[in-house]
Design a protein around this ligand. Structure first.
Ligand SMILES: [Zn+2]
Length: 355
């Protein structure tokens, strides 16, 4: 890969030995509850990067290339077709339970970890809705060691519900191919490929329900994580990645600016810039860095977490957004394959930092 990542890697080792710089970052966290070394490393090293000379290529570049070459367009299309063929995935529809079970089954068939529902009840206008987030927990290869080494938890998420323009049309046709069968398909494909990789990080693949009503699923899940005192280091959310609204060479990376906490902003920006470089190196995609939109990342940000969103820019640009015409044939297969590769490369590079 590039000079940038290699330099982060080598200086990463140096910095991990240099407790002063890591402590300095932690001291600045304010109310931020926890930050893994991977992000401290990125931030601690930023100033040093420019000064270092270019060295030989890192050993992991070939490995990452071979991993991203496994991203299978046919599988991505199949998942998008299947999800879009449900009449609707509206949260209040009669179909949503079947969608959840179907997805749990799919996740089970590809993910190397425990797959389960996170059940929650959402009350809306006096009616209770029993809804399901779907999770696969893939533990890092060294997660059970006894050396007290810290293993970061990275959450890769996408919402699986869909809607029409009128959100009260509960049972109207709403294929939601770009929004967000595309993100769900990518999460499934990432789970499939990463099930064969020995990662050091713990990865949770999470499919949210109820996004369209106002982040119901992600809000409930954040509460659940908080109740269980789960240390979570990064959330990457995929919401609309199949319609190249800004052209085939562009992808939007959303990072956190302000919102509830400002103390976590710099982590998000650094990770965003890190992924920007990966996009270029591994997927030939030029990243447009935008501030966070109204997505499933908002409840995580409100908990102080580091969040990154990846999308095609489509919620404002895709003419099929929230309509019956958001169908698989409007998506660009090569494009969403590239975006999936980018996310995979980002996970692998971030995992490499955790030495
Ligand atoms: Zn969406």
């Amino acid at each position: 890969m590039t000079k940038l990542v290699f330099l982060i890697l080598i200086t990463g080792f140096a910095s991990l030995l240099n407790t002063t710089s890591i402590t300095a970052v932690h001291a600045n966290e304010g109310s931020y509850d926890y930050t893994a070394c991977i992000f401290s490393v990125i931030i601690c090293l930023n100033d040093q990067l420019q000064q270092l000379e270019e060295s030989e290529e890192p050993a992991n570049e070939g490995f990452i290339h071979s991993a991203i070459n496994q991203v299978n367009s046919t599988k991505l299309i199949d998942w998008i077709d299947n999800l879009s063929s449900f009449h609707t995935r509206h949260t209040k529809s009669e179909y949503i339970e079947n969608v959840a079970y179907w997805l749990k089954n799919e996740l089970q068939s590809v993910c190397n970890g425990k797959v389960y529902f996170h059940n929650f009840t959402q009350i809306d206008q006096g009616i209770g809705y029993n809804l399901k987030n779907i999770i696969c927990n893939q533990e890092g290869s060294a997660a059970d060691d006894n050396n007290n080494n810290y293993h970061p938890l990275i959450l890769i998420s996408a919402h699986y519900d869909s809607r029409m323009q009128d959100i009260n049309q509960t049972n109207a046709r709403a294929p939601g191919a770009d929004d967000n069968a595309s993100g769900v398909a990518a999460v499934l494909e990432l789970a499939r490929i990463l099930s064969e990789v020995n990662l050091k990080s713990n990865i949770q693949f999470v499919l949210f329900s109820g996004e369209e009503q106002g982040q119901w699923g992600s809000t409930a899940y954040v509460n659940y994580l908080q109740t269980n005192n789960t240390k979570l280091d990064l959330v990457m959310n995929l919401d609309m990645i199949g319609y190249p609204a800004f052209g085939l060479d562009n992808v939007v990376i959303e990072y956190d600016v302000g919102n509830k906490f400002t103390t976590n902003d710099m982590y998000s920006k650094k990770v965003g810039q890190f992924i920007e470089q990966i996009a270029l190196d591994y997927a030939n995609l030029e990243a447009l860095l935008h501030p966070l939109g109204k997505t499933d990342l908002i409840p995580f940000e409100a908990m102080g977490k580091t969040v990154i969103g990846i999308h095609d820019g489509g919620s404002k640009q895709n003419p099929n957004y929230h309509s019956t015409s958001d169908t698989p044939d409007t998506l660009d297969i090569e494009y969403f394959t590239s975006v999936t590769k980018l996310v995979l490369a980002a996970i692998l590079e971030l995992d490499e930092l955790n030495q």
